[in-house]
Every structure is written in structure tokens, then in C-alpha cells.
Design a protein. Sequence first.
Lengths: 214, 214, 214
Amino acid sequence: MTFSDPAVYTFILEHFGVAVSAVAGALAARGRRVDLFGVVVLALVTALGGGTIRDVCLGATPVFWIQDPRYVATATLFGLGTFIVARRRDPPMNLLELADAFGLAFFTMAGARKSLAFEAGPAIAVALGTITGVAGGIVRDVLLNELPLVFRKEIRLYATAAMLGAGVFVALRVLGLAEPWPAVVGMVTTLGLRLAAIRWDWALPVFEAGNPPR
Amino acid sequence: MTFSDPAVYTFILEHFGVAVSAVAGALAARGRRVDLFGVVVLALVTALGGGTIRDVCLGATPVFWIQDPRYVATATLFGLGTFIVARRRDPPMNLLELADAFGLAFFTMAGARKSLAFEAGPAIAVALGTITGVAGGIVRDVLLNELPLVFRKEIRLYATAAMLGAGVFVALRVLGLAEPWPAVVGMVTTLGLRLAAIRWDWALPVFEAGNPPR
Amino acid sequence: MTFSDPAVYTFILEHFGVAVSAVAGALAARGRRVDLFGVVVLALVTALGGGTIRDVCLGATPVFWIQDPRYVATATLFGLGTFIVARRRDPPMNLLELADAFGLAFFTMAGARKSLAFEAGPAIAVALGTITGVAGGIVRDVLLNELPLVFRKEIRLYATAAMLGAGVFVALRVLGLAEPWPAVVGMVTTLGLRLAAIRWDWALPVFEAGNPPR
């Protein structure tokens, strides 16, 4: 790899996304009676869980982190680092939320692209892209014995931002636009929606019970 | 497809089963602080989760809903529909329970049949048929942060009804009875046991602690 | 198989490990409002869950218990047996803990070995060995709606003991030591660490919140 090789930038972006998800996964364990092993597992699950489910459903096995163990190394390192650093000081949450929105956008497009490469139809590519972006966080919350954050109004548009960005990406690909433009426009869509939702408090409606108690 | 083609009826039965499971999955989210995205995920997981686990364990990948996205469309549609309608009025629970028993019977036989086609032995075909019938509901309850309903006495015979019906189906297949009779008799067994269990309150014993407090 | 065949001993050790895990899985359901079906599912998941996740990630499908249903038979039998016996009397917990430590050591090495056979790199073989040893228990705790025991300080070194033993096994394999010695030394490492951790109360640190309330 040299600096003129686009693979360098893909590598950096991918591992940046993995690192951010791992930090978010590890932080979710704070103050929850989870030991060091648990923290590393939660970091790994958050960072690699969505892509694992995508690969297993597609039959793209061995899954991506078995084929390239550097993903496991990055996630483990940042999980451990978070454990060490965040015991002493609180992390900058705004910065983390921004980085996480970037990771969401990046992984969603990567997931949708891989699904198309494995000959999934357009609707399934959107679904698998969204799964790649959000399923790791769902599994983390299940392991922590919580209602998944991504199902809750409090997180504002998250999966919806991923899904719409994936929809834009797949539509532009189907229309024949050359890469990397579909991915760039899809990422900007997801990122823009997510940040706008945080800024202006956009959220989906909640499923209330039909007959409220009187 | 024409009306004389048995594939038409299979299509209708399958999508009826998917729709019923999706409605049940969406309803489980009522009043649980889950937003619209969460409701659709719970509908999809309930309707497609069991078959996904079966396909992944068999190595029948890409899994069935990647090969035929119409399952995803039906489950999404009925999940959304339930969200819209059930906010206003309570659903007819007796009717839903009846439809759900039908879905359980239908999917269990479909799962057992696919397992035999992938050369699973008879005992494994019974196990995978049962998984196809009940695992979606287990994953839904785990996502909702609840002890799975299917493990609890309150649901009365559910997985047991599926397992016994699958056993009848596999036994008749092994004995060489021509299709569709093994599937028909297996479905009637599961459906009959399930409805009888609801009517007469049949349930399995619960695992109490050995030494009750004195 | 004859008594001079090493396969006999492998068979006995494997099914001993499955039986011990199934008993542990069933016992975890005691006093938790779980019915007989739930108890058997928890026994199966605890005994076969880790290996299932390993096989699915490797693409070694159909998974091992579909290829050899005797694993399902052993786990079901011991799950049922625990349900019947442990309703009356409390099990000998010390003996069970000892047997469980043996099962952990055995399955971890079996998982690491299978991963190497499927051409996983050394780091991934350690990870998949650990997953084989501990993931079944994690899924069981998730189904029971609890924070996984293996993430908690109270269990003392468990996953860590598995991981270090797998590390020793893989290192000796990479160094070219002939089987069965890498597996024997790896098992002794895991078993020794686990029992020492129980005896002397060794545990990993817990992830406390950064700013304790003042």
C-alpha cells in the first residue's frame, strides 16, 4: 500500500469506524458491574456484530473478521484503551456522538455494497446495510440486559437515518452512477439526517397502548 | 402461477403465516416505549427469525428472505399496519391466538420439510422444525428484555405442540407416506394440541427450586 | 470403535463435557418460572451454543450437532435428568464447578483446534476457542434475562482462563509440537487457572463509572 492507493484511505476509514464503535460499546458497560473481559466483548460485539450477522445471512463465510483479524485487533485495542482511560475521566460525549454518526454512515454503506456484491436485490441490500450499521449496538444492549437503545425514541433518528442513506446509495447504484459517488451521497444523507435529528430532536412515534388506563 | 397451481396456495398460506407472526410481534411492543423502527424490527424478527436460524445452521445460505424478499415486504407491511391500527383500537385477541396457532403449525412443518431436504436426520428435522416455529418469538422476547413467553407455563403447550406435530410429520415421511399427507397430519396435530391446551389449560411443569424456604 | 481406539476416549470426553454443560444450563433455570421445554432449551443452548456460533462464523455448516445428533441426545437427556432429580434435592455444587471447569477447558481446545483446521489464523483460533468455551453460557443468561455471569467479577477468572489456555494451545501448535501435547498443556493451563481463581478469589477489575457520586 502506498499513499496514492485508495485502499489506504478505505483502511483508515474502516478502522476509524471500528475504533469509534468499540469505544461506544465499551462505554456502555460503565458502572454496570461488568469486568474487563466483558468490556472487551461488548466492544467487539458493538464494532463487529452487525457485519457478522450480515455475512452469516449472506453465506459470506468465513465472516470478515476471520478473513482479516486486524478488525479484531483494532476493536480489542480501543475497548481496552477505553477501559483504562474512562475509569479516570469522562469522555467528550459530543465528539463521540459525532464520530459514532460517521461510523454508522460508513458501515451502512459498506454493508449495502457487500450485499449487492453477493447479489442481494435492492430492498435486501438496504435492509442488510441497516443491519450492518445498527445490529452490533442491539446485541450489545441485549447482552447488557437493556431494551435496545436503537428502538427507543430517546436516541432520535438513528436506524431510520441509516436506512434512508442506504436507500439513496442503492438507488444511485441501480441508476448506474459510478462509485464512489453513490457511497458518498449515501453517507452524507445518513450523516446529515442523524446530526439534524440530534440538533432538532427529530424522532419516530412510539407505540403506546391502545386503551390508556382511565 | 394460475389457480390450478398448488404453488398459489403455498404462497397464500406462507404469507398468511408471515403476516400473523408479524402482527403478533408488533403487538408485543405495545406500551413498551418502542418506536416505529423497533416495532417493524420486532415484526420482522418474530416472522422471519426462526427460519433464519434454521437456514444458518443448515448452511442454506443466502437465507430464505434474501432469496425471496417478498417475505420481508409482507412482514414489514403487517408490522406497520399493526402500528397504525392498534394505536386506536385493541385487536381481537382470540382471533389472533387462533391465527397464531395456525402459523405455528404451518412454519413448523415447513421447517421440518426443508431440514429433511438438506439431509438432516429425523431427530434433527424435528428439532429444526420446532426452532422454525418458535425461535422468532424467543428472539423478540429477548429484544424486549423479557423472559421468553414460550418458556413459561402461562402460554400452555406451545413448543411442545410444535415438536409433537413435527414428530408426526417426520415419522410419516420416514414411513413413506406421500406428500402432502405427512404435512397435513402434522399440522392438524400441532394445531389440535395447541388449541386443546388453550381450551383446557394444559401446561408443562415448572422447574421449582429444590429446597423451598421454610 | 474398540477400546484401543483413541476415538473412544474423545467420544467419552466430549459427551462428558456436553453433559456437564447441559446440567449447568438446566440448573440455571431453577426457581425462574421456566417450564420443562424451557429447561431443555437452556440445557441445549448452554451445551451446544458456543460451538454453533463458532461453526456458523467459520462457515462449517451444517453445524456440528446437525452432522452428529448424538450431541443433541446427550444434552437433552441430561437436561431432562436435571429437571427430574434437582426438583427433589440440591446438586453438589463443588463437584459441578469442578466438572464445569473441565468442560470449559475441553471445549475451548476443541474449538481452537477446529478453527485452525478451517484455516483461521492463530489470533482468531484463540478467539473462536474462547467463544466455543463461553458463548453457550452467555446465550443462556441472555435467554434468562440476566447480565451474563461470565462478564461479572463474581465468577472470577473464567473466560480469561479459557483464553490463556487457548493461547498456550495455539502457540504450541504453531511451534510444531505434536498432538495431543498442545491440547493437553492448554487444557491443564485453563483448568489450573480456573481452579486457582476459585480457590484464591482471583478476578478481573470491574468498569466503574468515571466520576463517582460525591
